[in-house]
Design a protein around this ligand. Structure first.
Ligand SMILES: *Cc1c(COP(=O)(O)O)cnc(C)c1O
Ligand SMILES: [Zn+2]
Length: 415
């Protein structure tokens, strides 16, 4: 790591900078590196590790003895031809990040943020969350015996609250939205001097999230044409894009993919900003002048329900600079996508995660994504995290009398 650079104004800070955001303008910071020159092939991965720290050479932490013992990352990348056919896509892959320790993509951020927190001697971890970032932090903190405080909106799904409680976090169920929880967390965290994991605000979460790009490159053996990412705050899409940029800047890969930002129509602040910029046709505008208007989010996909995207500018830059696209889909399409992915590929996604597939289908219909392009669709969270939403679209079991005749009659269609 060589320092930090502001997404908004470009101001640089040294590697010893101890704050979270740009001291000049308050913008979010990106971690910068001085990549080695003339290093032997394969220098960027440690083949002995089967988790995100396989890519330790590309990460901003070094004391891996401080890492959680839980296995985060190296999740499967499945070829999904039957699911792809439903949208006319011939080279579709599904990255199942529901298979992380706390069952969501957020563990990538938590794994790296935890090492950073311990490297700088933090005693307590804190963060605001729609649910997954918090349950991930709580899980990882528990794995090393660290205390943590998590601020969630009181309406977070029961399974996510259960995870937080079971891992022993101090859970503050804030009377309000995720945005209210975020603002309250910021204030209490500063007051107490705790380590703040908040999305966008903490530059290290993006660094953890970028590891998905390294895995995709290794598992696919090449850079895909598109990566479809469900988007709320914008930290995941910005993180994955950062990973692909790092691969290119470090001389490991020779191209980057186009990033597809998939949002709910009922939480589409980032997409609206992307569309406005795309109308101008300018791929390198003055980022200081780009504003992202807040929305009043109402989507059923709680993990991407965001009024003010906390990593909005980085996300907009990811889409524009990659030559990608943004789509917004109705909640009905997000819910319908849950059984589609489950039946088409055997992967159970929570609503926010299924938004990636719903958005990708729409992008294929619009001709943005072409049939022969190689596409990776991110599945960011396991469906068991929100069973109530899945039950709205999964149908009902057959009530059957406890007799062979009744069961035979009920199974006629499978005979
Ligand atoms: C957090 C989350 C997202 C969205 O990530 P952002 O960084 O907020 O854009 C998508 N899916 C799941 C399951 C999540 O937990
Ligand atoms: Zn700045």
């Amino acid at each position: 790591m060589s320092g930090f650079r502001c997404f908004r104004c470009g101001a640089e800070q040294g590697a010893d900078f101890g704050g979270y955001v740009c001291p000049a303008c308050g913008g979010n910071l990106e971690v910068r590196y001085a990549w080695p020159q003339g290093a032997p092939a394969g220098w960027w991965r440690d083949e002995s590790r089967r988790d995100v720290f396989r890519y330790r050479a590309l990460l901003p932490v070094s004391k891996l003895e401080l890492a959680s013992p839980l296995r985060v990352g190296l999740t499967p990348l499945y070829e999904a031809p039957r699911l792809g056919a439903a949208a006319g896509l011939r080279k579709l892959y599904l990255k199942d990040d529901g298979q992380n320790p706390s069952a969501s993509f957020k563990d990538r951020a938590g794994a790296v943020a935890l090492v950073r927190a311990r490297e700088i001697g933090a005693q307590v971890l804190c963060g605001a969350s729609t649910g997954n970032a918090g349950s991930s932090m709580a899980c990882l903190a528990a794995s090393v015996g660290m205390p943590c405080a998590i601020f969630v909106p009181e309406k977070a799904p029961a399974a996510k609250i259960a995870q937080l409680l079971v891992f022993g976090a101090k859970v503050l169920a804030v009377k309000g939205t995720y945005d209210d929880a975020f603002d309250l967390c910021m204030q209490v965290c500063a007051e107490r001097g705790w380590f703040n994991r908040n999305t966008g605000h903490n530059p290290f979460t993006r660094e953890g999230k970028k590891t998905a790009a390294f895995e995709i490159f290794e598992q696919l053996g090449k850079i895909p044409d598109w990566v479809a990412v469900p988007t709320g705050d914008g930290n995941i899409i910005a993180g994955i894009w950062k990973g692909f940029r790092d691969l290119k800047e470090a001389g490991i890969a020779d191209k980057t993919p186009k990033m597809l930002c998939a949002q709910s129509e009922d939480s589409r602040a980032i997409s609206a900003a992307v569309w406005a910029l795309q109308k101008t046709g300018n791929r390198s505008p003055d980022w200081k002048t780009v504003a992202i208007a807040p929305v009043a989010a109402t989507t059923v996909a709680d993990s991407i329900s965001v009024d003010i995207p906390r990593d909005g500018l980085a996300a907009v830059r990811a889409v524009i600079e990659s030559g990608g696209a943004a789509v917004a889909v109705p909640d009905a399409a997000i819910l319908a996508a849950i059984p589609e992915i489950a039946r088409g590929a055997g992967v159970f996604a929570e609503p926010a995660a299924s938004c990636a597939w719903a958005g990708l289908k729409q992008a294929a219909q619009q001709g943005l994504v072409k049939p022969d392009e190689t596409v990776v669709c991110m599945c960011t969270g396991n469906g068991l995290k929100d069973v109530a939403s899945a039950r709205k679209v999964a149908g009902d079991p057959l009530p059957v009398e406890n007799t062979v005749a009744a069961a035979m009659a009920a199974t006629e269609s499978l005979a």
